[in-house]
Ligand binder design. Structure first.
Ligand code: FES
Length: 227
């Protein structure tokens, strides 16, 4: 996601409380778009990175993803330990982890399909069904809940015109409820793909949704022009 054109009031670097930029706090690899080649020295962060463009039919793994997968395998003493980063990579590529993807990963790593399914279904960070271009995760855990997190969640559902966990009719949005996103000091915390929005109130939700729609329209137009 490109840099938002309006002030993200919630971001701690913008509140005046800290004289730090988002890049300084999160690290450059976790701000904005992640390069397809990995970007991070580990080639896979500790959570699945959500790209705007997902390819559910992509092979596991080809091209730069094959290189990253092979590098992941070299980083661990046994293949089992590479399961989480391999699942992260598969979700980054396909957007979700289907039962077929679980079986493919099991085959690639040499683990039983049952083991891979048990791990994949344990973690809520793995989407078990396709999601929209923008995955909106609204924290409703205690700090955010006390500051209106559930209202923010309802507002996102209303303005994206979608049911919880479902893709909106325009294919752009999926909104889900998230457990603590570790931004408790800045409730309500919302993660959209890999970008954080903090201190989000219901008043900011239309602005954020409109912004996402506008960048979606721009990217669709430029893709049409190129095609
Ligand atoms: S309770 Fe919402 S980020 Fe921790």
């Amino acid at each position: 996601m490109s840099k938002i054109p309006f002030k993200n009031d919630g971001w701690s670097g913008n509140t005046g409380e800290y004289d730090l930029t988002e890049e300084q706090v999160r690290g450059i690899d976790f701000v904005g778009e992640r390069p397809i080649g990995g970007g991070h020295p580990s080639v896979s962060p500790s959570y699945p990175y959500m790209l705007e463009d997902k390819n559910p039919d992509a092979s596991l793994f080809e091209g730069p993803y094959k290189e990253r997968f092979e590098k992941i395998l070299t980083r661990y003493p046994d293949k089992q330990a590479a399961l989480i980063p391999a699942l992260n990579l598969a979700q980054e590529l396909r957007g979700y982890i289907s039962p077929v993807t679980m079986d493919e990963i099991a085959n690639l790593i040499g683990l039983s399909p049952a083991y891979v399914r048990s791990v994949s279904t344990f973690y809520t960070m793995y989407n078990k069904q396709p999601v929209g271009k923008y995955l909106i995760q609204v924290c409703t855990n205690i700090s955010c809940n006390l500051c209106g997190g559930e209202d923010v969640l309802d507002a996102f559902l209303k303005y994206t015109n979608a049911e919880l966990g479902e893709i909106s009719n325009d294919g752009i949005f999926t909104t889900i409820e998230a457990e603590c996103l570790a931004g408790c000091g800045f409730p309500t915390c919302v993660q959209i793909n890999s970008q954080y929005f903090e201190n989000v109130t219901i008043n900011e939700v239309p602005k954020i949704v409109d912004y996402l729609k506008s960048i979606h329209e721009k990217s669709s137009m430029s893709q049409e022009e190129e095609g």
